[in-house]
Ligand binder design. Structure first.
Ligand SMILES: [Zn+2]
Length: 277
Protein backbone atom coordinates (compact mmCIF):
# COMPACT_ATOMS: atom_id res chain seq x y z
CA UNK A 1 0.00 0.00 0.00
CA UNK A 2 1.35 3.36 -0.89
CA UNK A 3 1.64 5.71 2.00
CA UNK A 4 0.12 9.05 1.12
CA UNK A 5 1.34 12.02 3.09
CA UNK A 6 0.25 15.44 1.93
CA UNK A 7 2.71 18.18 1.39
CA UNK A 8 2.56 21.91 1.64
CA UNK A 9 2.38 21.96 -2.16
CA UNK A 10 -0.82 19.90 -2.04
CA UNK A 11 -2.45 22.40 0.26
CA UNK A 12 -1.22 25.38 -1.69
CA UNK A 13 -2.43 23.95 -4.98
CA UNK A 14 -5.86 23.32 -3.51
CA UNK A 15 -6.26 26.72 -1.90
CA UNK A 16 -4.70 28.39 -4.92
CA UNK A 17 -7.37 26.85 -7.09
CA UNK A 18 -9.95 28.20 -4.67
CA UNK A 19 -11.79 24.93 -4.86
CA UNK A 20 -13.14 24.11 -1.45
CA UNK A 21 -14.49 20.82 -2.69
CA UNK A 22 -11.07 19.56 -3.74
CA UNK A 23 -10.26 17.88 -0.48
CA UNK A 24 -7.32 15.51 -0.44
CA UNK A 25 -9.07 12.26 -0.98
CA UNK A 26 -6.93 9.56 0.48
CA UNK A 27 -4.98 11.25 3.23
CA UNK A 28 -7.60 10.86 5.92
CA UNK A 29 -7.04 7.14 6.21
CA UNK A 30 -3.42 6.92 5.22
CA UNK A 31 -1.86 9.93 6.85
CA UNK A 32 1.50 9.51 8.43
CA UNK A 33 0.98 8.48 11.98
CA UNK A 34 1.31 11.23 14.57
CA UNK A 35 2.63 13.69 12.02
CA UNK A 36 0.31 16.33 13.43
CA UNK A 37 0.52 15.59 17.13
CA UNK A 38 4.07 15.19 18.37
CA UNK A 39 4.29 12.71 21.21
CA UNK A 40 4.87 13.93 24.75
CA UNK A 41 8.55 14.30 25.38
CA UNK A 42 9.33 14.79 21.73
CA UNK A 43 10.82 18.27 21.73
CA UNK A 44 11.43 18.49 18.02
CA UNK A 45 9.44 21.50 16.88
CA UNK A 46 7.13 21.19 13.91
CA UNK A 47 7.87 23.70 11.16
CA UNK A 48 4.35 25.01 11.11
CA UNK A 49 1.94 25.30 14.02
CA UNK A 50 -1.70 26.22 13.46
CA UNK A 51 -3.91 27.35 16.32
CA UNK A 52 -7.56 28.08 15.65
CA UNK A 53 -8.42 30.08 18.74
CA UNK A 54 -12.20 29.86 19.36
CA UNK A 55 -13.58 32.76 21.42
CA UNK A 56 -16.70 33.58 23.42
CA UNK A 57 -17.69 30.09 24.61
CA UNK A 58 -20.89 29.43 22.71
CA UNK A 59 -22.42 26.26 24.11
CA UNK A 60 -23.51 24.55 20.91
CA UNK A 61 -20.45 25.59 18.94
CA UNK A 62 -18.01 24.58 21.68
CA UNK A 63 -19.54 21.11 21.93
CA UNK A 64 -19.40 20.76 18.14
CA UNK A 65 -15.86 22.08 17.89
CA UNK A 66 -14.65 19.66 20.56
CA UNK A 67 -16.31 16.72 18.78
CA UNK A 68 -14.71 17.60 15.45
CA UNK A 69 -11.26 18.01 17.02
CA UNK A 70 -11.66 14.68 18.80
CA UNK A 71 -12.51 12.99 15.51
CA UNK A 72 -9.03 14.03 14.35
CA UNK A 73 -7.31 13.25 17.69
CA UNK A 74 -6.67 16.93 18.32
CA UNK A 75 -7.20 19.31 21.22
CA UNK A 76 -9.34 22.38 20.59
CA UNK A 77 -8.43 25.87 21.83
CA UNK A 78 -11.55 27.35 23.44
CA UNK A 79 -11.48 30.74 25.18
CA UNK A 80 -14.41 31.60 27.40
CA UNK A 81 -15.83 34.59 29.25
CA UNK A 82 -15.81 33.97 33.01
CA UNK A 83 -19.32 35.24 33.72
CA UNK A 84 -21.11 34.70 30.41
CA UNK A 85 -23.25 31.88 31.85
CA UNK A 86 -24.64 34.03 34.68
CA UNK A 87 -27.99 35.82 34.59
CA UNK A 88 -26.18 39.04 35.46
CA UNK A 89 -24.09 38.92 32.25
CA UNK A 90 -24.78 41.75 29.85
CA UNK A 91 -23.67 40.64 26.36
CA UNK A 92 -21.70 43.35 24.59
CA UNK A 93 -23.30 43.23 21.18
CA UNK A 94 -25.55 41.06 19.06
CA UNK A 95 -23.03 38.38 18.13
CA UNK A 96 -22.42 37.32 21.71
CA UNK A 97 -26.03 37.92 22.77
CA UNK A 98 -27.60 35.77 20.07
CA UNK A 99 -26.54 32.33 21.33
CA UNK A 100 -26.36 30.41 24.60
CA UNK A 101 -23.00 30.32 26.30
CA UNK A 102 -21.56 27.30 28.06
CA UNK A 103 -20.97 27.09 31.81
CA UNK A 104 -18.13 25.70 33.88
CA UNK A 105 -19.79 22.29 33.99
CA UNK A 106 -19.23 22.11 30.25
CA UNK A 107 -15.78 23.74 30.43
CA UNK A 108 -14.62 21.22 33.03
CA UNK A 109 -15.93 18.35 30.93
CA UNK A 110 -14.20 19.58 27.77
CA UNK A 111 -10.95 20.22 29.65
CA UNK A 112 -11.10 16.72 31.05
CA UNK A 113 -11.49 15.42 27.50
CA UNK A 114 -8.19 17.09 26.60
CA UNK A 115 -9.25 20.45 25.23
CA UNK A 116 -7.75 23.72 26.29
CA UNK A 117 -10.09 26.13 28.10
CA UNK A 118 -8.54 29.55 28.53
CA UNK A 119 -9.71 32.93 29.84
CA UNK A 120 -11.30 35.42 27.49
CA UNK A 121 -11.96 38.09 30.16
CA UNK A 122 -14.36 38.53 33.06
CA UNK A 123 -17.25 40.13 31.19
CA UNK A 124 -15.92 40.96 27.71
CA UNK A 125 -15.21 44.62 28.39
CA UNK A 126 -12.87 46.40 26.00
CA UNK A 127 -9.89 46.72 28.34
CA UNK A 128 -8.19 49.31 26.17
CA UNK A 129 -11.04 51.71 26.89
CA UNK A 130 -10.82 51.39 30.67
CA UNK A 131 -8.51 53.01 33.23
CA UNK A 132 -5.51 50.76 33.85
CA UNK A 133 -6.48 49.91 37.44
CA UNK A 134 -9.99 48.88 36.37
CA UNK A 135 -8.67 46.77 33.51
CA UNK A 136 -6.21 45.00 35.84
CA UNK A 137 -8.99 44.40 38.36
CA UNK A 138 -11.17 42.76 35.70
CA UNK A 139 -8.30 40.51 34.61
CA UNK A 140 -7.58 39.51 38.22
CA UNK A 141 -11.28 38.76 38.78
CA UNK A 142 -11.32 36.69 35.61
CA UNK A 143 -8.29 34.64 36.66
CA UNK A 144 -9.70 34.21 40.19
CA UNK A 145 -13.00 32.96 38.75
CA UNK A 146 -11.22 30.45 36.54
CA UNK A 147 -9.06 29.30 39.48
CA UNK A 148 -12.20 28.66 41.52
CA UNK A 149 -14.38 27.07 38.84
CA UNK A 150 -12.08 25.27 36.38
CA UNK A 151 -10.39 22.18 37.80
CA UNK A 152 -6.63 22.21 37.36
CA UNK A 153 -6.52 25.80 36.11
CA UNK A 154 -3.23 27.54 36.88
CA UNK A 155 -3.05 31.24 35.92
CA UNK A 156 0.71 30.92 35.50
CA UNK A 157 0.15 28.31 32.79
CA UNK A 158 -2.67 30.20 31.11
CA UNK A 159 -2.99 32.32 28.00
CA UNK A 160 -5.19 35.39 28.48
CA UNK A 161 -7.12 36.15 25.31
CA UNK A 162 -7.97 39.85 25.12
CA UNK A 163 -11.58 40.72 24.22
CA UNK A 164 -11.61 42.38 20.82
CA UNK A 165 -7.86 41.57 20.74
CA UNK A 166 -7.59 44.99 22.31
CA UNK A 167 -4.67 45.58 24.68
CA UNK A 168 -2.41 48.43 25.81
CA UNK A 169 1.37 48.52 26.32
CA UNK A 170 0.79 48.89 30.08
CA UNK A 171 -1.40 45.78 30.23
CA UNK A 172 1.00 43.87 28.02
CA UNK A 173 3.87 44.70 30.39
CA UNK A 174 1.89 43.69 33.45
CA UNK A 175 0.12 40.53 32.26
CA UNK A 176 3.20 38.27 32.25
CA UNK A 177 3.29 38.71 36.05
CA UNK A 178 -0.14 37.04 36.12
CA UNK A 179 -0.21 34.58 33.22
CA UNK A 180 2.14 32.58 31.02
CA UNK A 181 1.22 34.57 27.91
CA UNK A 182 -1.50 36.64 26.29
CA UNK A 183 -3.14 36.84 22.89
CA UNK A 184 -3.90 40.19 21.29
CA UNK A 185 -4.32 41.73 17.86
CA UNK A 186 -1.46 41.89 15.38
CA UNK A 187 0.08 39.76 12.70
CA UNK A 188 -1.44 36.35 12.18
CA UNK A 189 1.89 34.55 11.96
CA UNK A 190 4.08 34.36 15.05
CA UNK A 191 7.55 32.94 15.43
CA UNK A 192 7.56 29.31 16.54
CA UNK A 193 7.21 28.91 20.34
CA UNK A 194 10.35 29.91 22.19
CA UNK A 195 11.50 30.77 25.71
CA UNK A 196 10.28 34.16 26.88
CA UNK A 197 7.48 34.38 24.32
CA UNK A 198 4.63 36.06 26.16
CA UNK A 199 2.91 38.07 23.43
CA UNK A 200 0.95 36.10 20.86
CA UNK A 201 -0.76 37.96 18.04
CA UNK A 202 -3.64 36.90 15.88
CA UNK A 203 -6.05 37.99 13.24
CA UNK A 204 -9.64 37.21 12.41
CA UNK A 205 -12.33 38.12 9.93
CA UNK A 206 -16.01 38.99 10.31
CA UNK A 207 -18.80 39.48 10.85
CA UNK A 208 -19.54 37.10 7.95
CA UNK A 209 -18.07 33.67 7.24
CA UNK A 210 -14.26 33.69 7.64
CA UNK A 211 -13.36 30.45 5.83
CA UNK A 212 -11.73 32.10 2.82
CA UNK A 213 -9.64 34.27 5.11
CA UNK A 214 -8.50 31.23 7.10
CA UNK A 215 -7.50 29.49 3.87
CA UNK A 216 -5.54 32.57 2.80
CA UNK A 217 -3.69 32.82 6.11
CA UNK A 218 -2.83 29.11 6.08
CA UNK A 219 -1.50 29.48 2.56
CA UNK A 220 0.68 32.40 3.74
CA UNK A 221 1.98 30.27 6.61
CA UNK A 222 2.83 27.30 4.43
CA UNK A 223 4.67 29.50 1.97
CA UNK A 224 7.12 30.29 4.77
CA UNK A 225 9.81 27.95 6.01
CA UNK A 226 8.32 28.05 9.49
CA UNK A 227 5.88 29.91 11.69
CA UNK A 228 2.94 29.72 14.07
CA UNK A 229 -0.43 30.86 12.76
CA UNK A 230 -2.90 31.93 15.41
CA UNK A 231 -6.29 32.60 13.89
CA UNK A 232 -9.11 33.96 16.04
CA UNK A 233 -12.28 32.04 15.29
CA UNK A 234 -15.59 32.12 17.17
CA UNK A 235 -18.59 29.88 16.57
CA UNK A 236 -19.79 27.26 14.11
CA UNK A 237 -22.68 27.25 11.68
CA UNK A 238 -23.76 30.86 12.06
CA UNK A 239 -22.97 31.39 15.74
CA UNK A 240 -20.84 34.37 16.73
CA UNK A 241 -18.79 36.90 14.80
CA UNK A 242 -17.01 35.51 11.74
CA UNK A 243 -18.28 31.92 11.93
CA UNK A 244 -17.21 28.84 10.01
CA UNK A 245 -19.23 25.74 9.22
CA UNK A 246 -18.81 22.37 10.92
CA UNK A 247 -18.18 20.75 7.55
CA UNK A 248 -15.41 23.21 6.72
CA UNK A 249 -13.69 22.65 10.07
CA UNK A 250 -13.88 18.88 9.70
CA UNK A 251 -12.40 18.89 6.20
CA UNK A 252 -9.79 21.51 7.09
CA UNK A 253 -8.51 19.42 10.00
CA UNK A 254 -8.44 16.36 7.76
CA UNK A 255 -6.31 18.24 5.26
CA UNK A 256 -4.00 19.81 7.86
CA UNK A 257 -3.34 16.65 9.81
CA UNK A 258 -2.13 15.04 6.59
CA UNK A 259 0.63 17.61 6.11
CA UNK A 260 3.81 16.41 7.74
CA UNK A 261 5.23 19.83 8.59
CA UNK A 262 2.06 20.98 10.37
CA UNK A 263 0.99 20.59 13.99
CA UNK A 264 -2.53 21.70 14.90
CA UNK A 265 -2.61 22.56 18.57
CA UNK A 266 -3.93 24.97 21.19
CA UNK A 267 -1.79 27.95 22.18
CA UNK A 268 -0.98 26.94 25.75
CA UNK A 269 0.05 23.46 24.68
CA UNK A 270 2.26 24.85 21.92
CA UNK A 271 4.03 27.06 24.45
CA UNK A 272 4.41 24.38 27.10
CA UNK A 273 5.56 21.74 24.65
CA UNK A 274 7.81 23.77 22.40
CA UNK A 275 8.43 27.12 24.13
CA UNK A 276 11.09 25.87 26.51
CA UNK A 277 14.31 26.12 24.56
ZN1 LIG B 1 -14.78 37.76 22.31
Amino acid sequence: MNKRTSTRRDFLSITGAGAASLILSSCGLEKEQDSHQPKAGNREKPKHIITLSFDDGFKKSSIGTAQIYEKHNLSACINVIATAHLNTFRPPGEHIAASDKGDFGLWNELKQRGHEIMPHSYKHANLRQLPLAEAKDLIRRCLDYFSKELKGFDPKESVFNFPYNSSTPELENWLPTQTKAFRTGGGAINPLPHAGQVKLTCTGYGPGNCEKDIEAKITQLLERDSGWLIYNTHGLDGEGWGPITSGFLDKLLERLTAIKSVAVMPAGKALSQFGIV
